[in-house]
Design a protein around this ligand. Structure first.
Ligand SMILES: Cc1cc2nc3c(=O)[nH]c(=O)nc-3n(C[C@H](O)[C@H](O)[C@H](O)COP(=O)(O)OP(=O)(O)OC[C@H]3O[C@@H](n4cnc5c(N)ncnc54)[C@H](O)[C@@H]3O)c2cc1C
Length: 295
């Protein structure tokens, strides 16, 4: 199966997620284009094999049993940036920090907020990734992609239905292949300086030296997840090899190799915060794959 593509059989997903967790994917493929993505879906469809699309894996908890079927990673083979006036046309596998640096070098402002988000442009569009008062919605001009049946998709900003950490990508069921970002002229040095400043703030507040998927939970209306978790006495709390970060209680970090511990900790934190603070924390991370010993 999938021999004509760049593919790894039984790929340990812990090597492809920032949480460093997750069992094997039956096949892990690295497409070069939207056409290849469509061809992969077609081959999988004919064989009745399920397909999962990922980017850099920086917002994912993959369970210990791994992922059945084909995982398509829109990443290293789909990178590239070109400038068109005040716009940058960026392929979906490009890392957000590379796009932000290219924008700064070109004297284009607006993407500074994204320079420290360790995901791809495709993942960023799917999640409407954001930080420090900015989000992908603010800089989006157009998003191009392909549906599993191979039909091309091209959506303007309004059609992307951006919301807090969500967009139309999942609802309309397509794979992002390229994004056109609209930015404003600015001074390259000032833009780089702002990015350095934001990244220094990030390094001071967040546990960047240990495996995580960033903020584990969405921000509940009217609250901060980290403050609630801290107030409930859960800072530093651990279950097996999963721990609530001492540095930032909104980050649940991984110190070992078990997704089971991590998932248990997510559920425990939800339960305690609900009981003690009356607030339901909704995971921001996407949980995929099979539990250990799963079907
Ligand atoms: C240390 C750290 C800090 C972080 N800080 C932030 C932050 O400040 N703000 C923030 O918003 N997030 C943050 N994150 C979370 C994460 O980086 C973002 O959600 C990012 O946008 C995910 O991109 P990704 O390429 O890793 O996507 P993945 O994690 O691989 O996938 C996320 C979702 O997007 C889908 N997807 C990915 N690529 C595509 C594509 N090409 N087409 C269709 N669907 C796709 C996947 O199916 C999945 O549902 C942080 C994570 C870490 C580890």
């Amino acid at each position: 199966m999938f021999e004509r593509f760049e593919v790894i059989r039984n790929a340990e997903m812990r090597q492809y997620t920032t949480l460093k967790l997750g069992g094997p994917a039956d096949w892990l493929a690295f497409p070069r284009s939207g056409d290849e993505i469509a061809a992969m879906f077609a081959e999988a469809g004919q064989a009745g094999i399920p397909v999962t699309v990922i980017g850099q894996g920086s917002n994912l908890l993959v369970l210990d049993g791994g992922i059945r079927g084909l995982v398509i990673r829109v990443g290293r083979n789909m990178r590239g940036i070109r400038q068109e006036g005040n716009r940058l046309v960026v392929r979906a596998g490009t890392m957000l920090c590379a796009a932000a640096n290219a924008a700064a070098d070109a004297g284009l402002s607006g993407l500074e907020f994204a320079s420290g988000i360790p995901g791809t442009v495709g993942g960023g569009m799917t999640m409407n990734a954001g930080a420090y008062g900015g989000e992908m919605a603010d800089v989006t001009f157009r998003v191009d992609g392909v549906r599993p049946d191979g039909t091309p998709v091209s959506l303007g900003r309004e059609e992307m239905q951006f919301g807090y950490r969500t967009s139309a990508v999942k609802k309309l069921d397509f794979i992002v292949t390229e994004a056109t970002l609209e930015l404003q002229p600015g001074n390259p040095e000032a833009i780089h300086a702002r990015m350095n400043e934001l990244n220094a703030m990030r390094a001071e507040k967040q546990p960047l030296d240990v495996p995580s998927a960033g903020s584990t939970f969405k921000r509940p209306d009217g609250y901060y997840a980290a403050a609630l978790i801290d107030q409930c006495g859960l800072k530093g709390y651990s279950i097996g090899e999963a721990r609530v970060s001492m540095k930032h209680a909104g980050f649940l970090i991984n110190t070992g190799s078990s997704s089971r511990d991590y998932l248990e900790l997510v559920q425990y934190v939800q339960k305690i915060v609900r009981e003690r603070a009356g607030v339901l924390l909704e995971p921001e991370i996407r949980i995929i794959g099979e539990p250990e010993g799963g079907e």
